[in-house]
Design a protein around this ligand. Structure first.
Ligand code: IPE
Ligand code: IPE
Ligand code: MG
Length: 272
């Protein structure tokens, strides 16, 4: 598979890394926990918000690059439920950054065929921001090259509890029956109902934890941790994560190299 990329925008190292990647076996859905903005700023004796501002550069670069190489879904964890408890000044500056980002990036999303989605408790956001989100979702809904998902005011446990409430309501209204409830049906009540589970999850900044992200969805996701702080995360780092991912064997509980045949209990009894 050949790719028409603007080579001028890539360093030699990035071009070499890209050449090693099998573009027909890219993860369909990549999720990123963008962490380390505050530490990036503190290291430079700057206010934390400067780290968030710098982080937007990485956001732009990674979205454009993921779209160019053919990743179909990209989820960025931008603001957690727990992040609401940060100092009010940081929270409000983050909201302004988000608002400006969405206003500025709409044209780019349209010209690159990017569909925008926000997941989380969006109604907790300031009404001007939640209205803007709705309008960007509406305007980009026909775009089909890549889905960009922003997890905002998001918590994995809340998502599961919200899904349980919706399921209970659907049972009460006799829209579904309890006996039909299985993993596939349950997952349609999650915020990610129209998205595949992530194949690869990246966390920057050296923290080795999930921080309440995609708790249901990461059951079989490949996890990749890098010490790079989010504002320093570039195409090169993304390519390194993809290469690492492509070197792994995803077994999904099966035996290495064997196909996924399941035997009935009777057949197993016969084998013993
Ligand atoms: C991640 O960077 C961005 C958000 C959580 C909004 P942090 O702000 O958590 O940066 P560190 O972890 O303090 O360095
Ligand atoms: C996770 O980062 C949330 C986002 C990146 C949006 P945090 O910085 O909030 O997570 P902890 O506190 O280190 O676990
Ligand atoms: Mg952090």
């Amino acid at each position: 598979m050949r790719l028409k990329l603007d080579q001028k925008k890539m360093t030699e190292e990035e071009a070499e890394l890209l050449a090693k990647i099998d573009l027909s076996k890219l993860p369909k859905h990549v999720a990123i926990i963008m962490d380390g903005n505050g530490r990036w700023a503190s290291k430079r004796h700057l206010p934390r918000i400067s780290g968030h501002q710098r982080g937007i550069r990485s956001v732009r670069e990674i979205i454009t690059f993921a779209r160019e190489i053919g990743v179909k879904h990209l989820t960025l964890y931008a603001f957690s439920n727990e992040n609401w408890s940060r100092p009010i000044k940081e929270v409000s500056r983050l909201m302004i950054l988000l608002e400006n980002y969405l206003i500025r990036e709409l044209d780019t999303m349209m010209s690159n065929g990017i569909r925008f989605r926000a997941i989380g408790q969006i109604d907790r956001l300031q009404s001007s921001v939640s209205k803007l989100i709705q309008s960007v979702e509406e305007k980009t809904k026909q775009n089909d090259k890549m889905t960009l998902v922003l997890a905002l005011s998001y918590g994995g446990r809340t998502e599961i509890v919200d899904a349980v409430k919706k399921v209970a309501e659907a049972i009460q209204k006799e829209q579904i029956s309890l006996k039909d409830l299985d993993e596939t049906l349950f997952s349609t009540y999650l915020y990610t109902d129209d998205l595949p589970d992530p194949d690869l999850m990246i966390r920057t900044s050296g923290e080795i934890r999930i921080s309440n992200f995609f708790l249901w969805q990461v059951a079989y996701t490949e996890l990749y941790f890098t010490k790079t702080l989010w504002p320093d995360f570039r195409k090169r780092d993304f390519l390194l994560a993809l290469l690492d991912y492509q070197g792994r064997e995803r077994r999904f509980g099966l035996v290495s190299g064997k196909s996924s045949v399941s035997y009935s209990e009777k057949q197993i009894e016969g084998l013993i």
